[in-house]
Design a protein around this ligand. Structure first.
Ligand code: ACK
Length: 217
């Protein structure tokens, strides 16, 4: 019946507590500010602007997208195949409303999105859907590879793109593309993967307390 359909959310995920949201946003803004000033970034500006001489202000370029969270299952109120099974999974029901500590291990930037990679623990992987990595060119990436927090999207870009951008970078790494190590920054090492794809591996992962819950919209 319709009541049953109503009970499936838009998506399930871990929602970062508000104090850590501020910290993550600040860290990401600092990173964008620094990236903007690097000669190596300026050299590849065309990836972002389409024009060689044009300047870009990365802090303006990306728009924030609501509360920071790490989506586990996008359900679209039950319309997505497998989402009802996910909602009824005992692990999901048992963990609903519980607190977790997410480990944010890297920040990444592409001409489309900026996000944080989330490295999931064994316990957290129990809540991760088996098919999340199947999309894109990433068929053989380990479970949980797509886990991320969207920090911002370029104009006209939907947040679903952030996880796909992350999968793309991880697929390159898996193929043996080391990327170009640009420099050791205070936050960690910065690598360029071509086509405007930048990854900052955090020296110290950010520990982010988060509540496993859902969003109805
Ligand atoms: O940034 P995100 O992970 O990307 O969080 C939002 C959230 O659901 C609400 O839109 C994510 N999302 C949207 N569509 C999909 C999809 N088809 N597959 C996986 N995640 C999705 C989006």
């Amino acid at each position: 019946g319709s009541l049953e359909e109503m009970s499936i959310p838009l998506y399930f995920g871990w929602f970062l507590l508000s104090s850590i949201q501020d910290k993550v946003r600040c860290t990401s803004m600092d990173f964008l500010k620094t990236l903007d000033t690097l000669e190596a970034f300026k050299k590849h500006l065309i990836d972002f602007t389409g024009k060689a001489e044009k300047e870009v202000d990365l802090e303006q370029y990306f728009q924030a997208k609501g509360t920071l969270h790490c989506t586990t299952e996008f359900c679209d109120y039950g319309k997505v195949e497998g989402s009802k099974e996910y909602a009824n999974n005992p692990a999901v029901k048992e963990s609903y409303g519980s607190a977790f500590e997410l480990s944010l291990s890297a920040l990444f930037v592409t001409p489309r999105t900026v996000g944080a990679r989330v490295s999931l623990s064994e316990e957290q992987l129990l809540l991760w859907p088996a098919d999340a990595e199947k999309e894109g060119e990433s068929a053989s990436l380990p479970l949980g590879s797509r886990a991320h927090v969207t920090l911002g999207c370029a104009e006209g870009v939907e947040p679903v793109q952030t996880g796909l951008d992350l999968l793309q970078i991880l697929a390159l790494q898996q193929e043996g593309q080391q990327g170009e190590l640009i420099e050791e920054m205070e936050l960690g090492s910065l690598t360029y993967y071509g086509e405007g794809r930048w990854l900052l591996g955090l020296r110290e992962p950010i520990c982010a307390p988060a509540c496993f819950s859902s969003f109805y919209g």
